[in-house]
Design a protein around this ligand. Sequence first.
Ligand code: NAI
Ligand code: MG
Length: 356
Amino acid sequence: MKIAILSGDGIGPEITGQAVKVLNALGESFEMETADVGGAGYAAHGHPLPPATLALAKAADAVLFGAVGDFKYDNLERALRPEQAILGLRRELGLFANLRPAILYPELAGASTLKPEVVAGLDILIIRELTGDIYFGKPRGVRECPDGPFKGQREGFDTMRYAEGEIRRIAHVAFQTARKRGKRVTSVDKANVLETFQFWRDIVTSVHQEYQDVELEHMYVDNAAMQLVRAPKKFDVIVTGNMFGDILSDAAAMLTGSIGMLPSASLDANNKGLYEPSHGSAPDIAGKGVANPLATILSAAMMLRYSLDRAEQADRIENAVKAVLAQGLRTPDIFEEGMTRVGTEQMGDAVVRALA
Ligand code: NAI
Ligand code: MG
């Protein structure tokens, strides 16, 4: 099994280093190879996604990604900005399914802005489609408005599109993933108003025929937004389009109140994937040794589960993370009175010890 380690910018190298340490402690013989990406790619090779980095990512069974971006690259032209690396990797690797868990460990229930009884023990997974929807549909632009009360004025317009195959493959990911969890899928759409999402609903329903052991529910996006803050624990797997997923996954992430804890995965059709923390490169704390490495360590666990067929090793890591939280160890971002404050390195070491 070959893993590409792309640690990137800011806190990327610090947090990825801890995840590598944890992977090495599992007693498996993974082949890990590192390459420059993002601002680090630009600084060393003049491009955020250098050819050698892309080649490594393509050759590997999975990619563990830190984060990219730094204000010092803000004046570069768009094609050379660090963030282009992640878009390029998604495109070149054919990653279409973005899995974002929102998990709130009971020990951290105080970090949420919602009442502990509403969110303690939350464990939901949002699956966002990444390639279609109004973000990429053509035509788009600004034109002269052809009709209605504003006829003749300028108007902005975009096109919402989803191809049948695009919906089918994300629906399969949702049902297959739900099978490994709570066996419930909520498909979120706006079928009452949008043709695209009535079509989405019909296709998801037809794919469901192959997964009768999984429960399927359809929900309008406005209601889903409401339920996410009212009774989020009712959900197991939520599957939705690119735009609704963008918004709902950020809202769901914030239910947990701790950005430093949330992993993510982006998968292709063969379960190859890119795994990264949900947060960015946090330039404000980079190099200080205080970043929370748990989101990246948990991303490595997702990698073991979804791409490397090592579910029991993923369980081991997730249990080790629970154990260090139960021991009261906290990086500054999740610190509370009475707990033990630790840095990035100490947190990584504690997870390694808890594996044993
Ligand atoms: P950010 O997630 O990097 O930081 C937001 C806040 O959360 C900061 O105060 C930061 O210190 C804190 N934070 C983030 N991760 C943390 C961790 N592991 N432990 C403790 N605290 C943590 O988002 P921001 O500030 O909007 O963006 C900073 C840079 O990151 C930008 O250049 C942005 O483009 C990039 N970015 C990259 C992403 C990626 O690589 N996939 C995703 C999001 C942003
Ligand atoms: Mg977003």
